[in-house]
Design a protein around this ligand. Structure first.
Ligand SMILES: Cc1ncc(COP(=O)(O)O)c(C=O)c1O
Length: 387
C-alpha cells in the first residue's frame, strides 16, 4: 500500500523502507528518519526492474560489457531530452562519477597542481583532487537575493589566471539545486579557453530538472568541446547508485586524448547490473522519469508550504533541480548545530551543512525524494524540536 495518497510515484510505508539495506537506511539508528544521502524512496522504474530481474533469472551476472550499448543509449537520451547530439563512440564508461573524476584528474595533473571548486558543493569535491595528488583552491559561489547562488565569474577569472590543472563544475549544483544558465556557461568556457583551464563537468543530476528549469549540457556550449569533458549517469535520476555505472563524454580529439590516458583496466571495473540498468533507464525510462519529476516538483512545493507554516525561522530558495533542499537554519545555530538539534531532538537526519564547505555553517541539506506523508512527519518533528 503506497504511503503517498497522490497520483505521484508510489513510496512504500516507512516500515517497508526500513527493510532496505542501502546507506540511507543503515547509517542511523532505526528510530531516526533519514532524509540524508541522495537516494530516492520511490519504487524503481519498471523497465529497470524487469531488465535486472531478467538478468538474475538467466544468471547473467558476469562482467559488464558497456560498449557500444551505453554510448548509444546515452546518446539517444541526450538528443531526445536536450537536443544534444553526442558521439556514442566518444562515451567512455567508468565505475561511477567519483572514479571518473579522480581518473580524469590523474590524467590532467602533475604533482603540486591545483584544482578549483566552487562551494557549497557535493562533499567529495573537496576530496577528489587530493586523491589524485592535487591541491585544492576554493572559489565559492556568489549569492544574491535575486539570482540566488551562482558562479562567481570574476573570482573564477582570478583563479584561472594562476593556470590551475582543472576546474570542477557541478551542474546542476548539489546542494543548492542551481542550474547554471547558458550565459554563465558560455562565460565560463570563454575563461577556460583564454587561460587554458580544462573543465570537468559533473552532470549527474542533469535529468532531474524540476518544473520550470532547463538544462544546458556544457558540451553544447560553443567552444566547450576543446576544453571540457562531462560526466553523466543514470544513478541519481533513477536511483541506481549501488549498481556502479557512469559515463565520461568528450567531444574533441584534444579532450579524448585526456580520457584515453585513463588505464584500460578501468573498463573491467564497471558493474554489469549498472550497465544493464543504465541502458534500460536511458532507453525506456523516460515515462517514469517524467512522473518522477512531476512528483518531485510537487514535493518541492509541499516542502515550501511545510517550511513556511511550521518552520518559519528556516529559510530556503527552492531548488531548480535535484531533490535536495538547502535549508538556511542560521537562526537556529551555527556550524552543524541545526543538524545536531534535528537529529537529537526530532530524530530526523539531514546532511550537516559544513560538509559542503564553510558557507554551509548553520545549514542542513534535506532530501525530499520521499512521500508527502513522510515529509510531513519529518517537518512536524523538526518543528517540535525547536527550542
Ligand atoms: C554532484 C554529485 N556528483 C557525484 C555523485 C556521486 O556519484 P557516483 O555515485 O556516481 O560517484 C553525487 C551523489 O550524490 C553527486 O550529488
Amino acid at each position: 500500500m503506497p504511503a503517498d495518497s497522490t497520483d505521484g510515484l508510489p513510496v512504500e510505508s516507512l516500515e517497508r523502507l526500513r527493510l532496505r539495506r542501502s546507506a540511507k537506511w543503515r547509517t542511523y539508528d532505526p528510530d531516526v528518519l533519514p532524509l540524508t544521502v541522495a537516494e530516492m524512496d520511490f519504487a524503481i522504474a519498471e523497465p529497470i526492474r524487469d531488465a535486472l530481474r531478467d538478468a538474475v533469472e538467466r544468471s547473467d551476472t558476469g562482467y559488464g560489457a558497456p560498449e557500444p550499448v551505453l554510448g548509444e543509449a546515452l546518446a539517444g537520451f541526450a538528443e531526445r531530452r536536450w537536443q544534444w547530439r553526442l558521439d556514442p563512440g566518444a562515451v567512455f564508461s567508468v565505475t561511477d562519477v567519483g572514479v571518473g573524476v579522480v581518473e580524469l584528474l590523474r590524467a590532467l595533473i602533475r604533482p603540486g597542481n591545483t584544482v578549483v571548486i566552487s562551494p557549497p558543493v557535493y562533499p567529495p569535491f573537496f576530496q577528489w583532487p587530493a586523491e589524485a595528488g592535487a591541491q585544492l583552491r576554493e572559489v565559492p559561489l556568489a549569492h544574491d537575493d535575486e539570482a540566488g547562488w551562482h558562479l562567481d565569474l570574476a573570482a573564477l577569472e582570478d583563479a584561472f589566471r594562476q593556470h590551475p590543472a582543472a576546474y570542477l563544475l557541478c551542474n546542476p549544483q548539489n546542494p543548492v539545486g542551481r542550474v547554471h544558465t547558458r550565459d554563465e556557461l558560455e562565460a565560463l568556457v570563454r575563461l577556460a579557453r583564454s587561460y587554458g583551464v580544462p573543465l570537468i563537468s559533473d552532470e549527474i543530476h542533469a535529468p532531474l530538472m524540476l518544473a520550470g528549469a532547463t538544462f544546458t549540457p556544457l558540451l553544447t556550449v560553443p567552444g566547450a568541446a576543446e576544453v571540457a569533458v562531462s560526466l553523466l549517469s543514470a544513478s541519481k535520476a533513477w536511483n541506481l547508485a549501488g549498481l556502479k555505472c557512469a559515463a565520461i563524454v568528450s567531444a574533441s580529439s584534444r579532450m579524448r586524448a585526456v580520457v584515453d590516458r585513463i588505464p584500460p583496466d578501468a573498463r573491467w571495473r564497471i558493474g554489469h547490473f549498472g550497465v544493464i540498468a543504465t541502458v534500460a533507464a536511458f532507453e525506456d525510462g523516460e515515462p517514469w522519469l517524467d512522473r518522477c519529476l512531476q512528483t518531485l516538483s510537487r514535493r518541492r512545493d509541499e516542502l515550501a508550504e511545510l517550511l513556511a507554516t511550521r518552520l518559519p525561522t528556516v529559510s530556503w530558495r527552492p531548488p531548480a533541480a535535484t531533490y535536495l533542499g538547502w535549508l538556511d537554519c542560521t537562526a537556529l545555530g551555527k556550524d552543524d548545530q541545526p543538524q545536531q538539534l534535528f537529529l537529537s531532538k526530532a530524530k530526523v537526519a539531514t546532511e550537516p551543512g559544513l560538509r559542503f564547505g564553510a558557507l554551509g555553517s548553520g545549514h542542513v541539506r534535506l532530501n525530499f525524494a520521499t512521500s508527502s506523508d513522510i515529509l510531513d512527519v519529518a517537518i512536524e518533528a523538526m518543528s517540535r524540536a525547536l527550542p
